[in-house]
Structures are given as structure tokens and as C-alpha cells.
Design a protein. Structure first.
Length: 586
């Protein structure tokens, strides 16, 4: 497919944003993205015309309009400027608060469900975006240091997930979390607790897996073990009666701040000191969920690390450019409660998961970058695609894309089809490691919380685990496939492709053509099971319904999907079907 045979239809004005949006615009655009994908789009209440998106909320009786920087074959358009509403005398500006209220009213009428938290969470997200944009002005250059560049990429996400209604919502005002937030480039010491040996609970997948924890404070009193705590979490739990009593008895010693600074990564609660990642619990609601390590997740991370070792070894041998960071240990506090069993709130609240550091998997001479930062709509970090390809033309961009797809797609597909392993390679769970020329050399996957097993492939391993640990680490085959396709293609590939198309707007169909070619090559080499054949035939793609999930206050595991018209169908890629056809206003 040549670079000139397929172009992005409709509006193709210059697309590279000159500057980040205001917080008001960012919140409004995110709400429009969610409405387009989950509400108005599936009901055929949208149109692209004269460089604008028109979007109707039929139950509320509102017609909205926003200017477009670029249209998208997937319907994930790029917006610019403010949102307006059709009124009798023309178009009138609508602020983000009014748009949030319109969204609330439409969802209430559509679902019959009321949600009193919704507007407050959007307000919280607006506060978070505003604080992040303000902090951006104080960022320092990394001077090319690989570790500094990597951490800057982790801490560069100013706006968050553009298809989540409240991507920057957090418990409390920004002043309460600014010291611990990645957007503020937070680095801070851990709180060190010395805990009597018999009050420590831990599991390991290999000898020495807890060494990174013990090395943080090697000079411990006899009979005690180190339990590091996130300082924010310690402040939230310090008045728990059982904890206070244990401190008063001397069963727990508060050693104060440690000597090693840790940096907040994009997940907020996962911290990195340059050697080891530590994933802490936080009794803080971030986006949709309270971010604590449930007891089954603590055990599940270690169990998966153990169970998956032969699977990951096979994938590494077949696809040497892709690796996964293991989570070989956890440690927590087992203070007895009134029933003499470990106090559940403290066990989960102080649970910390040890994740391998980059040096254990990283190819020498490469610089790791958070994929979400590389693909961000607005360039805000040193690893953004616009910097990696600063002087590259369309052909070089396509070459970069082909190399990236070959690292990412085949191992994720092989994991599912050959091993019944559901990986969750969304943008925040993947690192792309680039060489000195900025070309992709390796992909690192992380976070076992979202990694699941298809039961029929792992019957014996699951039977050996406690039911409360085994059940949450499984998806049936269809739900697992939906999760793989959503994370891999809709959340990840489509967003990275969009960032490349912003640089070279007329290459979007060519970029999707490379995706199709990579999928077809894998099918030709490794068999083409029915689900993969359907994907290549252009069946609709599953997109996680973040807005409806948040509105109905469901757990992430219970999230539903909406179906998007696929840009992988051959007639779309050859221009026989216009990209805006599935989104016409009716």
C-alpha cells in the first residue's frame, strides 16, 4: 500500500496541537469522547460536517458541536477549542460544568439509574487536570539520561485516559496528594516500619524475592522485619486502633522515613527507586476504584508469577523482543483482629507487591518509555512520538510503526491462542524501549493484576490454588478475547496510531494497513483460529464502556463493551467505505 493511495476523510487541517488545552477544554473533550463512543455514536446520533463533529443527546434534547483537528477511521476524532450548543439564535458556548450536567441528565434518562457522585467526580478530575497542567510549567529537561527520561515519561500524563469520564479524579483536594502525584514529578522516601517476625505475612515465588524490601533498611532490631509503607497510606491508616495498639506495645516500631527516594509512576501507587518497583495499597479512589491491593491480588500476583514462568519462557524464546516484569513477592502486616484472624483492613492496607526492576529484563543500550506518554495526544514528555520522529517523513514513520507492531502484536496473540493467557497491554501497562535512533527495540509488559487465565488451559494450576485466589484470575474465553482486543487494538494500537497520524495525517489508512498486515502474517505463520479470522474480516471491535461503568458504579471487572466499526476491513482501508459512514446523524 503506497503512502498516497489512502487518506483520512473529511476534515484534514493541520493536526499537531500547538499547546495543551485548558483544563476546561480537556474535561469537555473527554466527556465528548465518552459520549461519542458509548452513547450518541452507537445510537447514530452524530455526524462529521464542515470540519465539526455534531453530537446529539436525544433524551436531553441537546445538539452539541465541536471543531475537529482530524477525523479518525475508528471514530476517535481529535477535537479543538470549546464546545457549543445549538439554540434558536445559533450556536452558544457550553462550559464543562454544563456539559457534565447534560451528560448526567442523558445517562439518567437512558439507564434509569441515578448517580449522585458523578458531577463531584468530574469536578475532582477537573481539579486534577488543572493542577497537572500548572505543574507542567516547572518541569526540568532530562539531558538524555535514560533513567531520568524514563521517569519523566511515567510522570508526563497531564490529562489521563481520554475515553474515561473522570481520568484525574482522586480522593481529596490536589493539595492533599500533590506531594505524591506523578504529575508533580513527586519523589519521596518510604515510611519504614519494623514489625515483629510473627506479625509479618508474605509469599514468594522464588528464593530471595523479598531481598529488595530487606535491603531498604538492613540494620533491623533482632526479631523484626522491615515493612515499607507508602507515606500517604501510612497517614490514612495511622489512627487505626489495632495499629496504634501495636505501636504502643512495641510490636511495630516506626522507624520514620527511609533514606532512598522513590518516584511515583503513572499508576500513582507504584513507586520506583531505579532498582525495584513496589506496588503499594492506597485507600484513595483514583478514576474509578479504591486503589488497594486486595488479599487475593497479593496472593494472586505471586501465584501467577509462579504459574506463568514456563509460559513466559516460551514466549520469550519465540518473541525475544518482548518480555514481562514478574511480581515474585508480597509482604504485609498480619495483626490479629478480635477473631484472632489477621485484621483484613490492615493486611490489605499495608500490602506491598515486589515487581522486577527494569534492569532484569531491559535490553542493553535501550531507553524505556511509558507507551501512554509516547502516544499522548498532547506532547508533554521527552519520549513523545513527535520527539522520537522529529525529523522523520511518512515512510520513516511507517517503518517505525511496523517495527513496533512486530514487537507488540504477535506475542500477545500467541499468549492467548497458544497458552490461554489474557494479557492486558493497555497504554499504561506497556513500556516501549527504543535504541539510540529512537527505533523500537523491545516491549516490556507489566502489572499482573489485569493478567488472567482461560480456565480450560490451566485446570491443574487453578485447582491447586485457594478458590478465592483462583476465581479472580480467570476470564472465560470470550471475555478474555474481548479484553485482549480492547486493550491491544482499541486502547493501545489505535491511540499510538492516532499520535502518528497527527504527524502525518494522510497516512492513517496506511497505518491501519500495517496493523492488518501484521495480524495476517501472524495468522499465516501460526494458524488462523476463528476469532482471529473474524478480526481480520473486520468484525466490530470491543471498546470498554468506561462512562457507563462509572455511571452504574460497577467494578472494572464487570465493565461492559460497546462495539466500534473496525478500520481493519479491507474495503475501509482501500477507501470504498467512508470513515464517517457508521457515525451518521439520524
Amino acid at each position: 500500500m503506497s503512502l498516497t493511495t489512502a487518506t483520512t476523510p473529511a476534515h484534514t487541517a493541520p493536526t499537531a496541537p500547538a499547546a495543551p488545552p485548558t483544563a476546561d477544554e480537556a474535561v469537555a473533550h473527554t466527556l465528548l469522547n465518552c459520549l461519542l463512543r458509548e452513547v450518541s455514536g452507537p445510537e447514530h446520533q452524530t455526524a462529521v460536517t464542515d470540519g465539526h463533529l455534531l453530537l446529539r443527546l436525544p433524551r436531553r434534547g441537546v445538539l452539541l458541536r465541536v471543531a475537529l483537528r482530524r477525523t479518525s477511521l475508528l471514530g476517535a476524532h481529535r477535537f479543538t477549542g470549546g464546545v457549543t450548543e445549538r439554540r434558536n439564535d445559533g450556536w452558544a458556548e457550553v462550559d464543562w460544568r454544563t456539559l457534565a450536567e447534560y451528560t448526567r441528565a442523558e445517562l439518567c434518562l437512558r439507564t434509569g439509574v441515578r448517580n449522585e457522585e458523578f458531577l463531584g467526580q468530574i469536578t475532582s478530575s477537573h481539579q486534577g487536570v488543572a493542577a497537572a497542567l500548572a505543574a507542567r510549567e516547572t518541569r526540568q529537561e532530562t539531558d538524555g539520561d535514560p533513567l531520568a527520561t524514563y521517569l519523566a515519561s511515567e510522570q508526563s500524563l497531564m490529562l489521563g485516559h481520554r475515553f474515561h469520564p473522570t481520568p484525574k479524579a482522586r480522593t481529596g483536594a490536589p493539595a492533599s496528594w500533590a506531594a505524591y502525584a506523578p504529575e508533580t514529578a513527586a519523589r519521596f522516601p518510604l515510611r519504614h516500619l519494623a514489625v515483629r517476625d510473627h506479625l509479618i505475612i508474605e509469599e514468594t515465588a522464588a528464593p530471595g524475592a523479598t531481598d529488595p524490601l530487606d535491603a531498604l533498611h538492613p540494620a533491623m532490631p533482632d526479631g523484626y522485619r522491615l515493612l515499607p509503607a507508602h507515606p500517604w497510606q501510612y497517614e490514612l491508616l495511622r489512627d487505626h486502633p489495632a495499629l496504634r495498639e501495636a505501636l504502643d506495645r512495641g510490636d511495630i516500631l516506626d522507624l520514620g522515613p527511609g533514606a532512598t527516594p522513590f518516584a511515583a509512576t503513572a499508576s500513582v501507587r507504584t513507586l520506583y527507586d531505579g532498582e525495584t518497583f513496589l506496588k503499594f495499597s492506597l485507600n484513595v479512589r483514583i478514576t474509578n476504584c479504591l486503589r488497594k491491593n486486595a488479599s487475593y491480588e497479593l496472593s494472586g500476583a505471586v501465584a501467577l508469577t509462579r504459574v506463568l514462568e514456563p509460559v513466559l519462557a516460551d514466549l520469550a524464546a519465540r518473541f525475544p523482543g518482548t518480555a514481562m516484569l514478574r511480581e515474585p513477592a508480597y509482604r504485609s502486616l498480619a495483626l490479629p483482629g478480635p477473631d484472632r484472624r489477621p485484621d483484613h483492613a490492615l493486611l490489605e492496607g499495608f500490602g506491598v507487591i515486589v515487581r522486577e526492576g527494569l534492569s532484569q529484563r531491559l535490553l542493553p543500550g535501550t531507553t524505556p518509555l511509558l507507551t501512554a506518554a509516547v502516544a499522548d495526544e498532547y506532547p508533554s514528555g521527552p519520549g513523545h512520538i513527535s520527539r522520537l520522529l522529529a525529523s522523520a517523513g511518512p515512510q520513516q514513520a511507517l517503518d517505525w510503526w511496523t517495527a513496533y507492531l512486530q514487537l507488540l502484536l504477535p506475542p500477545v496473540l500467541a499468549a492467548y491462542f497458544d497458552h490461554g493467557l489474557v494479557l492486558e497491554p493497555h497504554l499504561q501497562n506497556v513500556l516501549v524501549c527504543v535504541d539510540a535512533d529512537g527505533m523500537p527495540a523491545q516491549v516490556l509488559l507489566r502489572d499482573l493484576e489485569g493478567t488472567k487465565l482461560v480456565p480450560e488451559h490451566h485446570t491443574d494450576a487453578l485447582a491447586a490454588l485457594p478458590p478465592e485466589v483462583a476465581a479472580p484470575m480467570t476470564y472465560d474465553a470470550q471475555r478474555g478475547w474481548d479484553r485482549v482486543v480492547y486493550c491491544l487494538l482499541v486502547n493501545h494500537v489505535a491511540e499510538m496510531l492516532a499520535a502518528l497520524a497527527d504527524l502525518h495525517p494522510h497516512t492513517e489508512a496506511d497505518l491501519w494497513g500495517r496493523v492488518r498486515d501484521t495480524l495476517q502474517t501472524h495468522a499465516d505463520r501460526h494458524g488462523c483460529p476463528p476469532r482471529l479470522a473474524a478480526l481480520l474480516a473486520g468484525v466490530p471491535l470491543p471498546a470498554k464502556a468506561n462512562l457507563l461503568t462509572r455511571w452504574k458504579r460497577k467494578a472494572d471487572r464487570e465493565a461492559g463493551y460497546v462495539r466500534l466499526p473496525s478500520p481493519l476491513a479491507e474495503d475501509v482501508l482501500t477507501g470504498a467505505v467512508r470513515a464517517d459512514a457508521p457515525w451518521r446523524l439520524r
